[in-house]
Ligand binder design. Structure first.
Ligand SMILES: Cc1cc2nc3c(=O)[nH]c(=O)nc-3n(C[C@H](O)[C@H](O)[C@H](O)COP(=O)(O)OP(=O)(O)OC[C@H]3O[C@@H](n4cnc5c(N)ncnc54)[C@H](O)[C@@H]3O)c2cc1C
Length: 376
């Protein structure tokens, strides 16, 4: 055996799983086709939003509360600042599903929050232009993460605990059997006890039978200059998500003191072949986000000054898959985070370690069970 466990893909989930496994004394090998912290997949673009009052469903709230503790633990262990909780504004019509989900999370878990509307909303956060039906929900336990540094921090910490990471090493095939798993990478064979697949948007490429279950989708991030950048510094400008029929504008305060991130993440495009992701941003995409910014955040100058393209693995129901890989012995699948997984990466890494070591976890993850796609 080359190791007890191999983790394929050292992105958001793989790096955190490596950290958790190595910390618990498991001998573990990581394989990453690019460098750790690369910008070719779903890690990249300076920031990721952290929210606790969750529009994607209240079943995530306990996981997110635990994720927050683990983010702090990783910060303590590495002396890196990874998570800034400067608050988060969810803005939209209270009759929509997403705002109802946010309010339901708050109610069920008594989350620290404020509902702000009308003139008060305009006075406190004049950066946002509101529609008459809009309310603002301020999630006090929201903010932004530093995705590249977070991934590197977890991988480095894993190595400090004895993990070995093969960088620029692409896994070509995984061959599971009763007694373990053989991995083919870089013309070599590796033999391990168990495998954890955390290949994000590439999952369907590595395991073709999962191609229809986890699809690669393309997301464009954009940044804008401001009329007065001080209005968009973290103390004045919480992270935000604004839901409209035509677009979903999400963003973060300025982190470099010159640009503000505001991106349209509605309808991420299909990526037919993840190895040749189209990283060019079209004129139509630029104009669409520019129109959204013009309408919703008038104090930004509405011409994008920076744009970049990433991708993530999406499932049919936009909830990820965490569990035994269907029909593959000794193989765990952690993928399909559908554009909202980064914030929960450390708790997912910890759950992966539970499942690998004990075969079970006490965390409630039934909504992520892969059987929901294979049982019917
Ligand atoms: C533009 C964008 C914005 C987002 N915004 C947010 C946000 O604000 N908040 C939030 O919580 N989430 C957000 N997400 C989602 C979040 O970033 C992803 O859900 C999360 O990073 C997925 O983690 P992952 O480990 O599954 O995939 P990734 O982080 O993409 O990691 C997969 C890794 O596997 C490697 N790999 C693939 N195939 C192989 C192979 N055969 N051999 C070796 N290595 C391989 C890849 O190179 C990659 O490094 C966003 C995603 C995108 C794309």
């Amino acid at each position: 055996m080359d190791s007890d466990v191999a983790v394929i893909g050292v992105g958001a989930m793989g790096s955190m799983a490596l950290w958790q496994l190595a910390k618990r004394g498991v001998s573990v090998l990581g394989f990453e086709q690019f460098g750790v912290g690369n910008d070719r997949s779903a890690v990249g673009g300076e920031s990721r939003l952290f929210r606790t009052a969750y529009m994607e469903g209240k079943e995530y709230v306990p996981l997110l509360q635990e994720a927050r503790q683990l983010w702090r633990q990783l910060e303590e262990e590495t002396h890196n600042s990874l998570l800034t909780l400067n608050g988060g504004l969810m803005i939209g019509d209270p009759n929509t599903e997403v705002i109802k989900n946010v309010l339901k999370s708050i109610e069920d878990f008594r989350l620290e929050h404020e509902v702000i509307q009308g003139n008060e909303a305009k006075n406190r956060y004049p950066q946002h232009r509101l529609f008459p039906e809009d309310i603002m929900i301020l999630d006090k336990n929201a903010g932004f993460l530093r995705p590249e540094l977070a991934t590197i921090s977890a991988a480095n910490q894993a190595e400090a605990h004895g993990a070995k990471i093969h960088r620029y090493s692409k896994v070509e095939e995984i061959l599971p059997d009763n007694n373990g798993v053989t991995i083919l990478a870089d013309g070599k064979k590796y033999r391990v006890g168990k495998v954890l697949i955390t290949t994000g948007a590439w999952t369907g490429k590595l395991i073709p039978k999962l191609k229809n279950k986890i699809k690669a989708r393309r997301l464009v991030l954009t940044w804008f200059a401001a009329k007065n950048i001080d209005d968009f510094k973290p103390d004045n400008f919480p992270i935000f998500a604004r839901m409209r029929k035509e677009f979903r504008l999400t963003g973060a305060p300025t982190l470099d003191g010159t640009m503000v991130k505001a991106s349209n993440t509605k309808n991420p495009g299909i990526v037919p072949e993840p190895d040749s992701l189209d990283r060019d941003v079209s004129l139509e995409e630029m104009i669409e986000v520019s129109d959204a910014v013009k309408e919703l955040i008038p104090d930004l100058i509405p011409d994008p000054v920076r744009a970049s393209v990433y991708m993530d693995g999406y499932t049919q129901d936009d909830h990820s898959i965490v569990g035994a890989a269907p029909g593959m012995e000794n193989t765990l699948l952690i993928s399909g985070f559908s554009g909202h997984g980064f914030k929960m990466a450390p708790i997912i890494g910890s759950i992966a370690a539970d499942l690998i070591i004990d075969g079970e976890t006490f965390h409630e993850i039934e909504h992520l069970n892969p059987k929901r796609f294979t049982n019917h």
